[in-house]
Design a protein around this ligand. Structure first.
Ligand SMILES: Cc1cc2nc3c(=O)[nH]c(=O)nc-3n(C[C@H](O)[C@H](O)[C@H](O)COP(=O)(O)OP(=O)(O)OC[C@H]3O[C@@H](n4cnc5c(N)ncnc54)[C@H](O)[C@@H]3O)c2cc1C
Length: 370
C-alpha cells in the first residue's frame, strides 16, 4: 500500500519472486514525498555501520540498474560536493576522516581542484579550506524510477490500482486478511506492506504499535530549464542543489523548510520570500550566478523516523504485516524493496534488516503503557 518509491519497489520485487501482487495507492503514483524529493544518492558522513552498509547496498543496486536499462536521463553518478558553513569546519573534517576510514570515496578539494573536477560551481562561494567531493554519489529523479518499477510489477503479472482513495490494511484475528480501498472493496491478501510514507506512524499507532516520528514539513523548489554545466549534487550551508533530467534544478534546505507554515486546516503556506531566498542562495553557489526563478514547488511531509534510522520489516504481533518508513528513501528505495520482498516471500528474516525492524521500538510501547 502506497505508490511511492518504497511501495512500488517492494511490489516489483514481490512480483519478480512470483507473488501475486496488487499495489494500492490513494492517488497517482509518486504523489507523495517521492514526487518532491532532492534524491541525493549517498552514504555521506558518520552513521551506524549497519545503516552505512545498507546505504552502500542501495547505491550498488542503482549502479546495477543503470547497467540493465537505459536510465541515463534520470539516474546519474556525477558525485556530490559538500562544504561547511561558518564554525563547521571541525565537524566536516571529522566527517571526512570517518568517510576515509570506512573506505567511502571522499576527497578534500581546493577551490582550483573543484573548478577542474566538477563543473558549474562558483568556487568563490567555497570556504578557503575547500570542499568535500564524493565522486561515487549521484542523484535519481524518482517519478521515472517509480514508473519503471510499476512496469516491472505489471510485466510480472501484478496489478497497480491508483486513485484507490485512503485505503487500509484489514487485520483479523491477529493477521492480515486484505486491503480495503476507499470504496469499501476488500482485496484479500496474505501479506501487506504499509508503505504510505509519512502516514505510517499514525496508522500503526491505531494498532497499538509505536514508531517514533520526526517527520518535518519540507519544501522543494524547481527552477525552469537553465543553462548550467552543473552535474554534481551540491550540499552547501544554505542550499542543496541538484540537476534534473529536463535541465531544471531542484533546491531545498533546512532553513527554508522551517519557514513553511502549516495552516489549521492542514494545508501549507509557502512564503514568496522563502522561495526567493532559496533561489538567491542557489544562484550564489552556481558559476556565473545566474538569475533563477521558480517554476513550481512541492511542499509536504518528509518521512523521518524518530531515531533517524530506517524502519523496515514485519510488525511482531500481526502476521503478514510489514512496514517501510524511512528517511533517505531515495538512496534505499531499491535495496529496501528487495530485502522486504525476500523476507515476505521466504519467511526468512534478513540479517541486513536486523537493526531496522519496527520491533526495536517495543520498549517505548511497554513504557508508555506502564
Ligand atoms: C524535500 C525532500 C528531500 C529529500 N532528499 C532526499 C535525499 O537527498 N536522499 C534520499 O535518499 N532521500 C531523500 N528524501 C527522502 C525520500 O524522497 C523519501 O524517503 C521517499 O521518497 C519516501 O518514499 P515512500 O514510498 O516511503 O513515501 P511516499 O513517496 O510519500 O509515498 C507514499 C504514498 O502512499 C500513499 N498513501 C498514503 N496514505 C495512503 C492510504 N491510506 N492509502 C493508500 N495510499 C496512501 C500516498 O499518496 C503516497 O503516494 C527527500 C524527501 C524530500 C521530501
Amino acid at each position: 500500500m502506497g505508490g511511492g518509491v518504497l511501495g512500488v519497489s517492494t511490489a516489483a520485487q514481490l512480483a519478480k519472486r512470483g507473488a501475486q501482487v496488487t499495489l494500492v495507492t490513494e492517488g497517482r503514483l509518486a504523489s507523495g514525498a517521492s514526487g518532491r524529493s532532492l534524491s541525493w544518492l549517498n552514504s555521506y558522513g558518520p552513521r551506524s555501520a549497519e545503516y552505512h552498509r545498507l546505504r552502500l547496498l542501495g547505491l550498488d543496486r542503482y549502479r546495477t540498474l543503470s547497467s540493465q536499462i537505459d536510465a541515463s536521463a534520470w539516474l546519474k553518478f556525477d558525485g556530490g560536493l559538500t562544504w561547511p558553513g561558518e564554525g563547521e569546519l571541525g565537524k566536516y573534517r571529522d566527517a571526512f576522516e570517518h568517510m576515509r576510514q570506512v573506505g567511502y570515496d571522499a576527497e578534500w578539494l581546493s577551490r582550483d581542484e573543484v573548478a577542474a573536477r566538477t563543473p558549474g560551481v562558483d568556487v568563490t562561494a567555497i570556504p578557503d579550506d575547500g570542499a568535500i567531493f564524493n565522486p561515487g554519489e549521484g542523484w535519481v529523479e524518482l517519478p521515472p524510477l517509480v514508473d519503471h518499477l510499476a512496469q516491472v510489477v505489471v510485466a510480472h503479472g501484478g496489478e497497480i490500482r491508483t486513485d484507490a482513495g485512503p485505503s487500509e490494511i484489514v487485520v483479523s484475528d491477529g493477521r492480515v486478511t486484505g486491503v480495503r480501498t476507499a470504496d469499501g472493496a476488500v482485496l484479500p491478501a496474505d501479506a501487506a506492506v504499509l508503505a504510505t510514507g509519512p502516514a505510517v506512524p499514525g496508522t500503526v499507532a491505531e494498532l497499538g504499535v509505536k514508531i517514533p516520528d520526526a517527520t518535518p514539513i519540507s519544501l522543494l523548489v524547481r527552477t525552469p530549464q537553465i543553462a548550467t554545466p552543473l552535474r554534481a549534487v551540491l550540499n552547501t550551508p544554505r542550499v542543496a542543489v541538484r540537476p534534473t533530467p529536463t535541465g531544471s534544478l531542484v533546491l531545498d534546505s533546512g532553513w527554508s523548510e522551517e519557514e513553511v507554515v502549516t495552516r489549521e486546516d492542514g494545508t501549507y503556506e509557502v512564503r514568496d520570500s522563502t522561495v526567493q531566498g532559496l533561489l538567491r542562495e542557489a544562484s550564489a553557489v552556481l558559476e556565473g550566478n545566474p538569475v533563477l526563478t521558480a517554476e513550481s514547488y512541492g511542499v509536504g511531509p518528509k518521512p523521518i523516523p524518530g531515531d533517524g534510522e530506517p524502519v523496515l520489516g514485519a510488525l511482531g504481533e500481526i502476521a503478514g504485516y510489514s512496514v517501510a518508513f524511512t528517511h533517505s528513501g531515495a538512496t534505499l528505495g531499491l535495496i529496501a524493496g528487495e530485502l522486504l520482498a525476500d523476507e515476505i516471500v521466504t519467511g526468512r528474516p534478513s540479517p541486513l534488516l536486523e537493526a531496522f525492524r519496527p520491533t526495536r521500538f517495543d520498549q517505548y510501547r511497554r513504557s508508555s503503557h506502564d
